[in-house]
Design a protein around this ligand. Structure first.
Ligand code: FE
Ligand code: FE
Ligand code: MG
Length: 161
């Protein structure tokens, strides 16, 4: 990072890079969980649900890209091997072994709730101390909040039928 750019970051950069890489591991696992979930999902309104899952998969992949960009500007090294996804993840991975849409949606709600707490903590960490990361985390957090709401709305609609 440029010298002046570095000067305005008022947090422990090593700690921040660790947190960003852990979030990157989460995003990749979330991406795959949505992506494969959309492939294997079965049951009522399958087509409608998979379209939403695919859209969310795309968002998680975009989040991964945002994190990598920020990690690089901060002078860090983003996760270079898939081995580190499971080692560094906060939220883990829920295998969609039961492909019923309802089960898949519930697993993804759990993932979103974990993502919301991860990004809330990150936001607390950088708030008023690293404006660039703060803005990025706010953007991602807003997406995760929307994701949770989308999935819970679909689940509610299902149980009202
Ligand atoms: Fe995400
Ligand atoms: Fe999400
Ligand atoms: Mg959505």
């Amino acid at each position: 990072m440029g010298t002046k750019g570095k000067e305005i970051v008022g947090v422990d950069v090593k700690k921040l890079l660790e947190m960003l890489n852990k979030a990157l591991a989460d995003e990749w696992l979330a991406y795959y969980q949505y992506w494969i979930g959309a492939k294997v999902a079965t049951g009522p309104t399958r087509g409608f649900v998979t379209a939403e899952l695919e859209e969310h998969a795309g968002d998680e992949l975009r989040h991964a890209g945002m994190l990598v960009e920020r990690i690089m500007v901060l002078g860090g090294t983003p996760i270079l091997t898939p081995d580190d996804w499971n080692k560094l993840t906060n939220c883990g991975y829920d295998t969609p072994s039961d492909p019923h849409v309802k089960k898949i949606l519930q697993q993804n709600v759990k993932g979103e709730q974990c993502a919301i707490s991860v990004y809330s903590k990150l936001l607390d960490f950088v708030k008023d101390k690293d404006f660039i990361t703060e803005k990025m985390v706010q953007e991602i957090l807003a997406d995760e909040v929307e994701h949770e709401d989308d999935l819970q709305t679909i689940l509610e609609d299902m149980s009202n039928k």
